[in-house]
Design a protein around this ligand. Structure first.
Ligand code: GFB
Length: 412
């Protein structure tokens, strides 16, 4: 806060100096614009600034140790809802990435991608980096670090969370030089702060004075994201850097006009995952189209691996619907350019994607989020992030193979 006040003071001085100078050289019309500049710089620093005063209500911290981006994003929304329910500050974890060419896992600070001012419109947050630079020494000194898990986790120590056992668990906590002094198993408490008064129960069992930090071995949230937390997507928006990158990419590569964004999830891991279609009611993010109680239908193969004809048919329909001049293709594996250029040649649309083998997931997410129509994979949490972001903006989206055409039936 002090930093913020100093900044405000310095900018006011700066504003006067600039205004005086402009008057001196007789360019009064520009004065207003120049006056705005320092304010524009200060606002992101001061609004939603991270608080260096310890929160007496305590903190929620967790390792987003399950899955890749889509899974972690679902878990993030749940954890944000959970922290709000307990009225504790949420420590924003880094994103754990598994980048090609780099061994193990890489921790990417939360705000490298997302705007934390926006998150703090919903609830108090600090980044993990900020917490360990400014708060950990007083709030959570070594010797008093407890790891929380539902029940015993397998590992070298009996009756322990073994919070640092395995990848990415160990590297995650090591990034912040955290070692745990003991474990606390909180089962059967629930994360559902909406229906079971869990917030009160958690605070009664673990009062902030005695437990200033609840550090969870995994996210205190469900996957896929609990229905009540879907709306929190509103507070997860790309920062200026990524928004600018996406805007520029589109400007440089796509013709002017509406475009359809498609997500083709078709890597080897996906084929394997889709084998589970026949053995369950839900798979990964399928509730986003089927409903959390299957009120909109049952799982079937085309939702997971759409056929070529389904893909072509749905793209044609979307192109007509928005008068698209181009299609942006995002994929983890096969962009299907050959097939699509052949089948769509009469439509007069151009096809675009990032460089094969080198595409940046977050750039794909940001571009898909701003397309005029989006077709995603209902099972994929990567698609789900895009769909939720678009819902916040009121932009239209669809899913491959959904709704299920009336005359299709799985072979027995
Ligand atoms: O995000 P994610 O949990 O989504 O994992 P799913 C898929 C990862 O694959 C993404 C890459 O985080 C990206 O790194 N990826 C997927 C892509 N689609 C694209 C794309 O269009 N462009 C780029 N650049 N990268 C499920 C998981 O993945 O996959 C399950 O939920 C399980 O836990 C299963 O692992 C096999 O939900 O699609």
């Amino acid at each position: 806060m002090l930093q913020c006040l100093i900044l405000v003071f310095l900018s006011i001085v700066l504003i006067y100096l600039i205004a005086d100078f402009l008057k001196m050289i007789r360019v009064p019309g520009l004065v207003g614009v120049y006056l705005l500049l320092p304010v524009l710089y200060i606002l992101p620093v001061c609004v939603g600034t991270q608080d260096s005063n310890p929160d007496p209500q305590g903190y929620v911290m967790y390792c987003p140790c399950m899955g890749r981006f889509g899974n972690q994003a679902d878990h993030f929304l749940g954890s944000l809802g959970f922290a709000k329910g307990l009225d504790r500050t949420l420590v924003l974890p880094p994103w754990i990435e598994y980048q090609t060419g780099r061994r193990g896992s890489v921790m990417v600070p939360f705000d490298s991608y997302f705007n934390i001012t926006k998150v703090s419109e919903f609830h108090r947050v600090v980044t993990m980096e900020y917490f360990f630079d400014h708060l950990a020494g007083s709030v959570w000194p070594p010797g008093e670090r407890i790891s929380f898990c539902y029940g015993e986790r397998r590992g070298p120590i009996e009756q322990s969370c073994n919070a640092k056992d395995g990848n990415p668990f160990g590297p995650f906590w090591d990034t912040y030089n955290v070692s745990f002094d003991r474990s606390e198993m909180y089962g059967p408490l629930s994360y559902d702060v909406y229906h079971q008064d869990a917030g009160t129960v958690w605070n009664r069992n673990y009062p902030p004075e005695k437990f200033p930090v609840l550090a969870f071995t995994g996210a205190p949230a469900s996957f896929p994201v609990q229905l009540d937390n879907v709306k929190l997507q509103e507070f997860v928006v790309f920062n200026e850097f990524w928004r600018g990158l996406a805007e520029n990419w589109v400007k440089r590569n796509l013709p002017k006009g509406p475009f359809v964004g498609i997500h083709l999830r078709n890597g080897m891991d996906w084929d394997k995952a889709c084998e589970h279609i026949s053995s369950s009611n839900h798979l990964f993010s399928s509730p986003q189209c089927l409903g959390y109680r299957n009120e909109n239908g049952e799982l079937y193969q085309e939702l997971c691996i759409p056929s070529d004809s389904t893909i072509v048919k749905q793209i044609k329909k979307a192109v007509k619907k928005v008068g698209a001049v181009a299609i942006f293709i995002a994929s983890d594996n096969d962009f299907m350019v050959r097939l699509l250029s052949e089948k769509l040649k009469n439509l007069g649309v151009s096809l675009h994607h990032q460089d094969e083998g080198d595409s940046i997931p977050h750039l794909d997410l940001a571009i898909l989020s701003r397309s005029n129509f989006f077709i995603g994979n209902c099972i994929s949490s990567f698609s789900a992030f895009v769909k939720r972001s678009r819902d916040v903006e009121g932009l239209p989206s669809g899913f491959w193979g959904y709704p299920r055409p009336r005359n299709t039936h799985d072979e027995l």
